[in-house]
Write a protein that binds this ligand. Sequence first.
Ligand SMILES: Cc1ncc(COP(=O)(O)O)c(C=O)c1O
Length: 393
Amino acid sequence: MSYNVNEKGYYGEFGGAFIPEMLYPNVEELRQNYLKVMNEPDFKAEFNQLLKDYVGRPSPLYFAKRLSEKYNTKIYLKREDLNHTGAHKINNTIGQILMAKRLGKTRIIAETGAGQHGVATATVCALMGLECIVYMGEIDIARQAPNVARMKMLGATVVPATSGSKTLKDATNEAIRDWISNPVNTHYIIGSVVGPHPYPDMVARFQSVVSEEIKSQLKTHEDTETPDHVIACVGGGSNAAGAYYHFLDDENVNLIAVEAAGHGVNSGESAATSVLGKMGIIHGSKTLLMQTNDGQITEPYSISAGLDYPGVGPMHAHLYASGRAEFIAITDDQAMNAGLELCKLEGIIPAIESSHALAVFEQKTFKPDAIVVVSLSGRGDKDLETYIKHFNL
Ligand SMILES: Cc1ncc(COP(=O)(O)O)c(C=O)c1O
């Protein structure tokens, strides 16, 4: 079985491009060009040079000694939190801004939840001198205020999304509306492995640098290129896709996807799509989606803005349906405790999204000699307010 996209844009039965006719020319232009452009030597050279000199790659693969001792296994953290702008999102925005330039686009739009993708997009727009408009849910604007300020400083216009749960899904709706109204000069930089084909595949390829580096870094640390387990949180699924990419076809590598259970999977306030979702269409893609019996999207909830989404990308829906990846749901409280534990044991303040991945160690036991790589997708600066409130600090 293949876990990569097929030529029609599907992962198993998930994926495709379910878009309004008005968007067809934009998406089709991208579909026809993305692989060609990504394979051009000039494109590769510019992408790699920016990842190295601007983002600061390769990001370290850090052996977390005290955390490993506590859980009696070998834990490595892939330090995406150390990237410029503080998360893995920048890998994708660098790739997409170069793509937009090659396609002659002058105006960039994006959606954001935690604000990390918005900041990463505003950053690359400043770098390239392009106009930038970021859509963000009103609730997320309030809970991720530092990132809103950063976007504004970087010259972006932040537009609040005021419908629905006023979070990531609603911001994405607004961005799609904008794209329909501005089809010619605008590129939509989607921030995860979601949306119509070719976005999930394009974003996964830009993020695949993460597992490419894990392979060579493990060689130095452990004299093997393959970990036993790779753990990553899943909002739309881009940090997970990047961390899994080069291990997808090696079934010896156990892939663990961590979703946000919010107040509990069955509490009615959750974002655990694999447990609660059914096949449906969201934002141009056929995938697993939290919905009512008559197909209305269920409003998601998570303390973490980046995981507060009612779907997962089609790659992850396929990884779930095929049993290739193991899915674990982590509550707000479990994630927050794991985040604080990393601060105390390793001196690293993680993003709340990444804290969900770290919480797996309380739920699951690993063999003492197992090599477990955790995607530390981002740093916790943006979340200080939430940590402070949660723990009464
Ligand atoms: C630090 C961090 N990790 C994870 C995510 C979730 O996104 P994805 O599933 O696409 O990696 C986000 C999204 O905003 C994020 O900011």
